[in-house]
Design a protein around this ligand. Structure first.
Ligand code: PMV
Length: 302
């Protein structure tokens, strides 16, 4: 018998990088998914058919960790399918969470969401060494969450869609390189970087309140401020700045890079009235519009 689990992609709304150092962030799941389908196998080894996902280290870590913890002997087969593309929407976390949840179903492990988070986060750290776990939490809990980078506590505070447009900058960012870049800057300019992290932490708290009140003017301003702070951290690039600038000039409430930077996506918060203008501005500046609903993703078992 085969079981399928689909884990949603994610977009960072506010707080990237600082969250690695224990500050909070706001992250939204999106309605695009990575699906893992699988079952018990009678082969001698596990078998994976992963299509476009070339890196199977996250799947292997998840299986290793669960197999060791629950002393499982059976082999399994897995197949993956993804709508997340190469846009930095969180494939690694999604494939890890979907694998953990699939094993949970397959072997009746009765994992709570918190346990699934802990096991998935451990698997991600085993495969890539660094990361706050915000993406793992987003896959598991869905909606829009406030994630505490220190305690790893999750507050799912909204299930409503956010009026956000997503533009891909044209090249893939490398999260580990960008995390390293910030760590280097922090070594050289500790005080400055700590001040930036503090400011980011503050605007994340204000951002949560703005989202709860649907105060888009305020949230837009916070996104613009966050983008400037990310520029100071050295993680933006010309293309992202151009797309962000054009989106704001075309009438967005605010815009920023989303995620580690150095490529991947930018997001722009818009009114219904200005949506078409901002979309055109992003397209004209060379961005690729990604058609997702932000804040509406949820984990699906079937
Ligand atoms: O590159 P992304 O989209 O996975 O975002 C990384 C966000 C960081 O804060 C830089 C890293 C992390 O794990 O929190």
């Amino acid at each position: 018998m085969a079981i399928s689990v689909s884990a949603p992609g994610k977009l960072m709304i506010l707080g990237e990088h600082a969250v690695v150092y224990g500050y909070p962030c706001i992250v939204s799941s999106v309605d695009k998914y990575l699906t893992v389908k699988g079952g018990r196998s009678f082969d001698k080894n596990d078998t994976f058919v992963t299509g476009k996902i070339r890196d199977t280290s996250f799947i292997k870590s998840a299986i290793d960790i669960i197999r060791n913890k629950y002393k499982l002997k059976e082999r399994i087969f897995l197949e993956t399918e993804s709508d997340l593309g190469e846009y930095g929407l969180g494939s690694s976390a999604a494939v890890t969470v979907a694998t953990v949840k699939l094993l949970n179903e397959l072997f009746g492990l009765s994992l709570t969401n918190q346990e699934a988070f802990e096991l998935s986060y451990k698997a991600v750290l085993q495969a890539q060494k660094k990361g706050s776990g915000f993406d793992v939490a987003s896959c598991i809990f869905g909606g829009t969450i406030y994630f505490d980078g220190k305690s790893k506590e999750v507050d799912v505070f909204s299930h409503d869609p956010l009026p956000i447009i997503v533009g891909f900058s044209g090249n893939k960012g490398d999260t580990m390189i960008m995390i390293e870049k910030v760590a280097e800057l922090k070594k050289k300019k500790q005080k400055l970087v700590e001040e930036i992290f503090n400011s980011i932490g503050k605007l994340v708290g204000q951002g949560k309140r703005a989202i709860c009140k649907k105060d888009w003017q305020r949230l837009g301003k916070l996104m613009n401020d966050d983008h400037q702070l990310l520029i100071k951290l050295g993680v933006s690039n010309n293309k992202l700045n151009q797309l962000v600038g054009e989106a704001v000039r075309a009438g967005a409430y605010g815009a920023k890079l989303s995620g580690a930077g150095g490529g991947d996506c930018m997001i722009a918060l818009v009114s219904d009235e200005n949506r078409a203008k901002v979309e055109a501005a992003i397209r004209n500046a060379g961005g690729e519009l990604i058609n997702v609903e932000v804040g509406k993703g949820t984990l699906i078992n079937y």
